[in-house]
Design a protein around this ligand. Structure first.
Ligand code: GLU
Length: 304
């Protein structure tokens, strides 16, 4: 049971990356997303986040579409059948033209520059912040170096130092983040020409009219930079965010690393019904006390 309250008429999204099979962690996210949408009159958009061309595979996408159908989780926008038919407006690998146009928009504001640094270069030059959620901060090596744009596909976006982003997380309350201190100038496209998660997701959330983002706490630290980027892209009404706890394997491993025993396929094979799997997920999500089976059509009850 959650104390969450939302005004109706919003669009939220379920946005898996097809880098593996769906596991209980995805089902937990789905229970939050569909449950909140069904309880408060929102719509669920399905987006396939295959921006990382090296790790995503079409067979994982097909499997996740099948698992969603089996679970009875029906998107209101982006039907699974439409994805199976071919190119789709909500599959990131089909969106290069839209991302190019958004990058050009930032370029015209003088905010974009080519970057020739490798990860190893950045690790050598940068200082690693030890605080939670901290990552490798780009030290700005190529910022004013006027690299030849033909020498690399990589593009970074100038960030503004000392400017914080504040937002109210629907579960965690007030948050303050300093994107420049966290990561420095944001990478929009990497050396292989792949769009980054941060860039693709911000463009998509803007253009697809996503106004409620419900995702795991592992992405909390990304929110400030996504808000900053959205503002640079001209977004005025910002989405609201809810970050829910991540589900860990009982031995503390991240679920994705141990899908052998929490994979939706495995649970299916072991004879669990869709309602049983959603019931397990709802308990793991902290939305019900026991793993009572629950149908996809009844998820709203977890929020009432
Ligand atoms: N594609 C991301 C994932 O599977 C979710 C991104 C997001 O919700 O912003 O973890």
């Amino acid at each position: 049971m959650s104390a969450l309250r939302l005004d109706g008429g919003f669009t939220t999204r379920f946005a898996p990356a097809p880098t593996g099979f769906l596991h209980l962690g995805h089902a937990v996210n789905a229970v939050w997303v569909w449950g909140a949408a069904r309880a408060f009159g929102g719509r669920v958009l399905l987006r396939i986040e295959d921006h990382d061309r090296g790790r995503c595979r079409p067979e994982y996408e097909r499997a996740l579409l099948d698992d969603l159908d089996w679970l009875g989780l029906v998107p209101d926008v982006g039907a699974t059948e439409e994805f199976r038919r071919g190119p789709h407006a909500h599959r990131q690998s089909d969106q290069s033209a839209r991302y190019e146009a958004r990058l050009a928009q930032l370029e015209s504001q003088g905010l974009v520059y080519p970057c020739t640094c490798s990860r190893a270069d950045i690790a050598r030059q940068g200082s690693v912040d030890e605080t939670e959620g901290a990552e490798l901060r780009y030290p700005g090596t190529c910022r004013d170096a006027a690299r030849d744009p033909r020498s690399t596909a990589a593009r970074r976006i100038r960030s503004e130092a000392g400017r914080t982003e504040r937002f109210h997380d629907l579960r965690l309350g007030e948050q303050v983040q300093d994107p420049d201190a966290q990561c420095g100038d944001l990478l929009a496209r990497d050396r292989n020409g792949h769009w980054t998660y941060q860039f693709a997701v911000t463009v998509d959330d803007l253009e697809q009219g996503i106004d409620v983002v419900i995702r795991g706490e592992d992405l909390l630290a990304s929110t400030g930079r996504q808000l900053r980027l959205a503002r640079l892209l001209g977004r005025t009404a910002m989405p609201r965010f809810l970050h829910h706890p991540l589900v860990l394997h009982p031995d503390g491993r991240k679920l994705s690393k141990s899908a052998g025993d929490t994979g939706i396929r495995e649970l299916r094979k072991a004879g669990r019904t869709p309602a049983e799997v959603l019931g397990l997920a709802a308990r793991a999500a902290g939305l019900q006390a026991d793993p009572d089976p629950i149908d996809a059509d009844s998820l709203a009850s977890l929020f009432r």
